[in-house]
Design a protein around this ligand. Structure first.
Ligand SMILES: [Zn+2]
Length: 271
């Protein structure tokens, strides 16, 4: 959709292309993100006139303008000072934007899962599988032997195969990836995970949200997540426990699970 600000600056807002984006990622704080599911931007600060505008009040045009970018957390906090935009929708968007900086940071658990998946992928690469099968056969052959000399010959052959497998392994791009993740894990175990920290303004917005959100299941999910993000894990678990609607079961269980593990970061519902 193309539109222009009152000052004449032309913008292009990305709109969802279709609703069945199976690649879209859903997060515990309600953010849905995918290649064809861009986030809806309702309000923005114009690059030119610096005024706060809601997209819906702007005039739609045919001409294509520059891509409209979502306000930053700081811009959202600025927007929230304007009486006209002090509403639940903008408060939720501000909080979700605050969470963006933690969205793509993997936790230690995420990384460990990645390592396991990578190892499984590597073991299924044909050249590696071939060596594994060959080595397993030679080991079996060695076990059946009793003659010392024959055993030594087979052992040499096995070592040679292991070395060749390592050579192939070393050339795999997956090996590089695996090394990177492994060193990341090592570092995290040494220095600890990145801590979720909100500024006092961000926290204030989150607390107002907690006071404003109502008692529907959808609102309770947001409340449980807000408490969890703020590190109030017991409250998070209690609120999540109050949700009975079946459609929220998966997200409710994930939030409870993360709270029990004292994790604050927004997490992916589907991965
Ligand atoms: Zn403008």
């Amino acid at each position: 959709m193309n539109f222009k600000c009152k000052c004449g600056t032309k913008y292009r807002a990305k709109t969802p292309e279709f609703t069945g984006d199976i690649e879209a990622v859903i997060y515990t704080d309600g953010v849905v993100e995918g290649a064809v599911t861009p986030r809806k931007i309702d309000v923005f600060i114009c690059d030119t006139c610096k005024k706060i505008k809601s997209v819906s009040e702007c005039e739609q045009i045919e001409e294509v303008g520059k891509t409209l970018l979502e306000p930053t957390t700081e811009e959202y906090l600025e927007i929230l000072k304007d009486e006209k935009f002090k509403n639940l929708n903008i408060r939720i968007k501000t909080w979700q934007r605050s969470n963006d900086k933690y969205r793509e940071i993997d936790s230690l658990d995420d990384l460990k899962v990645k390592v396991e998946l990578l190892k499984a992928t590597i073991s299924q690469i044909p050249s590696i599988t071939h060596f594994n099968q060959y080595i397993a056969k030679m080991v079996k052959k060695k076990e059946a032997l009793s003659d010392e000399n024959s055993i030594i010959i087979v052992e040499e052959k096995i070592n040679e195969l292991i070395q060749k497998r390592e050579e192939v392994f070393g050339r795999l791009k997956e090996k590089n990836h695996l090394n990177n993740i492994t060193s990341q894990i090592k570092e995290m175990e040494e220095i600890g995970e990145a801590e979720v920290v909100y500024t006092s303004q961000e926290k204030e917005n989150m607390k107002i949200l907690l006071d404003t959100l109502g008692g529907s299941s959808a609102e309770k999910i947001l409340k449980a997540e807000l408490y969890r993000n703020l590190g109030e894990f017991e409250k998070s678990t209690v609120v999540a426990g109050e949700i009975t609607e079946k459609q929220y079961e998966k997200i409710k269980d994930l939030i409870k699970n993360l709270s029990e593990r004292k994790l604050k970061k927004p997490a992916r519902l589907n991965s």
